[in-house]
Design a protein around this ligand. Structure first.
Ligand SMILES: Cc1ncc(COP(=O)(O)O)c(C=O)c1O
Length: 120
């Protein structure tokens, strides 16, 4: 899918698809997105959430820039109904707290991470 500047580099829900379901293990999203600054709409997030449920996929949601939203509202995909078991939310201290040199970040999600043999 090609992102377009004229619509704020937004994803188009109808165009989001999983091209190779058999080979897909996870969906990675970057919301708010770097470098476009796009903040995904609820419709986009619902489409991605639906695909994750249908295909039993983990979502890795990089939300390092959630505190840098100047237009619109940031919604974490993990806050959508029923998604807490599907999402690992990733955060970095580099952006929010200006602590790039510390190399600190964290992941928040369910105890049992979908499809991950190392975490139970
Ligand atoms: C969207 C996004 N997530 C995560 C990171 C990683 O940040 P860091 O490695 O400084 O924790 C970056 C770095 O630029 C980023 O742009």
């Amino acid at each position: 899918m090609q992102l377009k500047q004229e619509n704020g580099f937004q994803l188009v829900p109808e165009e989001i698809e999983i091209k190779e379901p058999k080979r897909t293990r996870a969906i990675i999203i970057d919301n708010p997105a770097n470098p476009t600054g796009a903040v995904y709409s609820k419709k986009v997030l619902e489409k991605i959430a639906g695909l994750a449920i249908e295909n039993d996929l983990l979502i890795l949601s990089d939300e390092a820039y959630e505190k840098f939203v100047y237009k619109g509202k940031h919604i974490s995909i993990s806050s959508l109904n029923g998604m807490q078991d599907y999402v690992l939310t990733l955060h970095s201290f580099s952006k929010t707290y200006g602590m790039a040199g510390f190399r600190v970040g964290y992941a928040a999600g369910p105890k049992k991470v979908r499809g991950c043999p190392f975490v139970s």
